[in-house]
Ligand binder design. Structure first.
Ligand code: LIP
Length: 266
């Protein structure tokens, strides 16, 4: 039996993500440029990131005025309801800036700190991924499942890289060691899509250091509800230090190897 509040939160998240996704797809300026930078000159924000977060937070506040809000582009509202929305208005901002298709709107809802709803809207794929805690993961309404565990050397992994030079060099060292041991490594530029691809069986596993809750909250729920395991360093949850997602058998091999390779530090 689905919790009625969780079901309502899912409906709200789906409407917010689809509305923002349509706006971002249909109204992307041909001359889109960088409006601001954050942690480094390559950590960019566009006017569309700001516009999408404003659209989403305005809708959520109208629907659920007592909820908390946390958004990548500055939304930070303490709520009183126990529900907090965690929002990445464009996950894959650099791809969106360059006109590449791998970007998504990511919206998660937490209740008392536990993620209960995850929606990842990928407009250029014409796909909407969603998950409800305990009720499975879906792509365009069809149930999805992670891939069966392959031999480690046949695993297709996803990863990503940060925006700071020192971190990127350390991440390259991990890839250099890992790449010869697996089938291949993909770098899409959107953690939310990568996590959903684990859930849909399009990646065997994914890891990345340096993600924020808005990057992974929704996609990690999709991956978990599709049968994958998610986490950080051994015994820890996914965090800024390290995010790992994979089928349970692959996760059991990948997580300790990443720890040994130092994927959790610069
Ligand atoms: C992005 C992540 C991606 C990471 C990028 C960037 P953003 O989030 O989704 O996995 O590799 O460096 O952090 O900044 O586009 O919301």
């Amino acid at each position: 039996m689905t919790d009625p509040l969780n079901a309502r939160l899912l409906d709200i998240a789906l409407e917010a993500a689809r509305t923002a996704g349509a706006m971002l797809r249909e109204r992307r300026p041909a001359d889109l440029g960088v409006s601001a930078t954050k942690s480094s000159p390559i950590d960019v924000v566009t006017e569309m990131d700001i516009a999408a977060e404003k659209l989403i937070t305005g809708f959520l506040a109208e629907q659920r005025p007592d909820d908390g809000l946390l958004g990548e582009e500055g939304a930070d509202v303490r709520g009183t309801s126990g529900v907090r929305w965690v929002i990445d208005p464009i996950d894959g901002t650099v791809n969106y800036l360059y006109g590449l298709p791998s970007w998504a709107v990511s919206i998660a809802a937490e209740r008392d700190g536990e993620t209960v709803v995850g929606v990842v809207e990928a407009p250029m794929r014409r796909e909407t991924y969603h998950a409800l805690l305990g009720s499975g993961a879906y792509a365009n309404g069809e149930r999805v499942h992670c891939r069966p565990t392959p031999p480690f050397e046949q695993a297709l992994l996803g990863t990503g890289f940060g925006y700071l030079t020192e971190r990127r060099a350390a991440q390259a060292d991990v890839v250099r060691t890992l790449l010869p041991r697996v089938r291949d490594i993909r770098r899409s530029g959107s953690a939310a899509i990568d996590l959903c691809d684990v859930g849909c069986g399009r990646l065997d596993g994914y890891y990345e250091r340096g993600l924020n809750p808005w990057d992974y909250a929704a996609g990690a729920l999709v991956a978990r509800e599709a049968g994958a395991r998610t986490g950080g360093r051994p015994g820890l949850d996914a965090s800024n230090e390290l995010t790992v997602a994979a089928s349970p058998g692959l996760f059991a091999q990948l997580q300790p190897l990443l720890d040994e390779l130092g994927a959790w530090h610069d």
